[in-house]
Design a protein around this ligand. Sequence first.
Ligand code: PGA
Length: 255
Amino acid sequence: MTTPRTPLIAGNWKMNGLQGDGRALASAVADFLKSQGAANFEMLVCPPFTLISAVHDALAGSGVKLGAQDCSTAAKGAHTGDISTDMLADAGCTYVLVGHSERRTDHRETDELVNAKAVAAHTSGLNAVICIGETEAERDGGKTLDVVKSQIAGSVPGSATAANTVVAYEPVWAIGTGRTPTIDEVQDVHAFIRSELAAKLGQDVADGIRLLYGGSMNPGNASELLALGDVDGGLIGGASLKPEDFAAIATSCPA
Ligand code: PGA
């Protein structure tokens, strides 16, 4: 039995935006989704922590979902500078990105830590968007599938279900570079990810989990990418900061 997977168009704002910009961008995304009526896709924005409150207010009643870009593994206590998943849920988030390659690189996050963050998200009732993807050297060495396989084994917890987990495949070398894998490569890696998830979590769960492609998705390449059978949406960085581009990507979802 195949579970229908509603495409998810997710914006990762990264470390961008002050209060005024964040409010304006969120309002534009909210207005766009409201203008669509019964859309055949869902939208998510992940602003920096400082904008979560303002973006939450700007999105009210629009249906656009709110997520954070990272979380702590701890529930509360002496962890200066960290933000717990209960705090994110309390602030109105329903999603959190975990294991983005910039966190893995800048903060040396391991698969084990990413796994624990996903478990923390699930414990607080949040959806975890677990990010994986190979570096350019790994790709050049023909290691893409090995890397993805070991990241799934290490980063995706046994608590993952179709209702609480999204997996984002983001080749590190495609992020912010304007370069993307070929369409065939994207489909092949996504199909491989789904088969690895099936081996780990069972076919039904794997069939329901949404797999996002991320890395230089833009209005020019979105239609082709989103039409692929195992691509269920996008995780979009740069283009999500331009409301008209983010909207154009969303309307590229197959009907
Ligand atoms: P990009 O970023 O769309 O700017 O390549 C994607 C991401 O890092 O999530």
